[in-house]
Ligand binder design. Structure first.
Ligand code: UGA
Length: 468
């Protein structure tokens, strides 16, 4: 069935390129669309343009060996020649926190223009994160206007949100916890469900063997939830907002625990995590959440709720706690070494989390800004994100970037662990003892502070109540 179904995926960001790659790996003939010629050229060489585990091998295989994926800027032609279009373009934040839907509008216009020239049924699936009612009021309206065709009659329409995590996006696409299908009508939902069932079918083929071996589990069809379009849109925001709430909750508690002698937030989180109603996931206190999703999506829901005459107090607090959490790192540093003016501060980790070079809304940016505003000099090292930090982030040339991890300890007054990369987890007290007066501020609580202290290192961390 899949050989006959041709897919176009609009947008080659995280969601788009990974989705296109996985469908192509299962044998679907897939075209990845983008307006950026450089990205298209890169993909067609079988290469990638952002760091993500397993993605380079995947793209190389589907482009050069299986030849099931091509990338193109010819959007209307490609859509016209396909059966299904997945909209995976970005929905960044506007300055007021609301969702910028301009890429969605352009993608819908392309689809509408293509459908105007196409005979036969076409299924349109919105995968981008879009505020409730966008699929119906914006995407459907534009496609119907441009094509002069009717949703539910001439073309199908679904909203199917994505729950993949950066850094684990290949795993999460092959082994999702659930698939949510928001359907405009029964036929659209059935068509999309059949595609997912085909993608996740249990079969002893190359796809299942390769990924089954890599991740140590069997490919199988996840729970598929068929709901209304608007429910699917809400599910995505509720999912991300709840996870962000868990993080702000544990960070708030970490700040409270710091005021109680002898309490460690890690022990508190561990214990409450045993309660199956809470679970131990996403209870890691730290420097706060970043990335291209949580801050953007929680802010979009706040703006959406207010626009609909509701004051979302909990979500506003989630954001407020998150903003102040980065500053907590700087307060801990000041407590440890006093006035920061003229001090050399080393930052371990720049990306918003490990296994990605993504700098969007990274806590490191807020921490560094605060350090600079207090007159500190900052040197930073990250295993993957230095280039992006220099070229694409607000940090740019405001700080010094170390060439090696070792360099970071020279003439440094305090080391701030901001992103918990594996390289940093392996550091021992002897590494930090290269500093004249070793001070470690552990923003992700990866170090054994008792051991570090026994070795003469001043080691403090988020959520550690000191015994006075
Ligand atoms: C998040 C969601 O986890 C995905 O399900 C969703 O699909 C995605 O957003 C999206 O909407 O596209 P992602 O932003 O890649 O994925 O990263 P997460 O692993 O969720 O981490 C987000 C932030 O929370 C990171 O800065 C991380 O360090 C922080 N975090 C996470 C904590 O501070 N504590 C935790 O316990 C967990």
């Amino acid at each position: 069935m899949h050989k006959e179904i041709k897919l176009t995926v609009s947008g080659t960001g995280f969601v788009g390129l990974i989705t296109a790659g996985i469908f192509a790996d299962r044998g679907f003939l897939t075209t990845a669309l983008d307006t950026d010629e450089n990205k298209i050229v890169t993909v067609n060489k079988g290469e990638t343009f952002f760091f993500e585990p397993y993605l380079p091998e995947l793209i190389k295989r589907v482009v050069l060996e299986k030849k099931t994926l091509i990338a193109s800027t010819e959007r209307i032609k490609s859509i016209k020649e396909s059966d299904v279009t997945l909209i995976c373009v970005g929905t960044p934040s506007k300055s007021d926190g609301s969702c910028n839907l301009s890429f969605i509008e352009s993608a819908a216009e392309d689809i509408g223009k293509a459908l105007a020239q196409k005979e036969g049924y076409h299924l349109v699936v919105a995968k981008s994160t879009i505020v409730p009612e966008t699929t119906r009021t914006l995407i459907k309206t534009i496609i119907e206007k441009q094509s002069n065709k009717k949703a539910g009659v001439d073309f199908g329409l679904c909203m199917s949100p994505e729950f993949l995590r950066e850094g684990q996006s290949v795993h999460d696409t092959i082994f999702p916890d659930k698939i949510v299908i928001g359907q405009f009508d029964e036929k659209s939902g059935e068509k999309l469900e059949a595609i997912f069932q085909h993608l996740y079918r249990v079969e002893d083929d190359d796809f299942s063997k390769t990924w089954g071996t890599i991740f140590g589990k069997k490919v199988s069809c996840p729970k598929i939830l068929r709901r209304s379009i608007e429910t699917a849109e809400c599910i995505k925001y509720a999912n991300n907002s709840f996870l962000a709430t868990k993080i702000s909750f544990i960070n708030e508690f970490a700040n409270i625990c710091e005021r109680v002698p002898g309490v460690d937030i890690k022990h508190v989180a561990e214990a409450i995590g045993f309660d199956f109603r809470i679970s131990d996931k996403f209870l890691q206190a730290g420097t706060g959440f970043g990335g291209s999703c949580f801050p953007k999506d929680v802010n979009a829901m706040i703006t959406f709720a207010k626009d609909h005459n509701y004051s979302p107090k909990l979500l506003e607090s989630v954001m407020a706690v998150n903003i102040q959490q980065a500053k907590r790192m700087v307060q801990l540093t000041e407590n440890a070494i006093g006035d920061l003016k003229g001090k050399q501060i080393a930052i371990l980790g720049l990306s918003f989390k490990p296994e990605t070079d993504d700098m969007r809304n990274a806590p490191s940016i807020k921490i560094i800004d605060e350090l600079l505003s207090k007159g500190a000099n900052v040197i930073a090292w990250d295993p993957k994100a230095i280039e992006k930090a220099k070229k694409e982030s607000e940090l740019s040339d405001k700080i010094t970037y170390a060439n090696t991890l070792g360099e970071i300890f020279d003439n440094t007054d305090a080391c701030l662990l901001v992103t918990e990369w594996n390289q940093f987890k392996k550091l021992e007290p002897k590494d930090f003892k290269k500093m004249a007066k070793p001070v470690v501020i552990d923003g992700r609580r990866i170090y054994d502070y008792k051991k570090f202290r026994e070795e003469g290192i001043i080691c403090v961390g988020i959520g550690l109540g000191e015994i006075k």
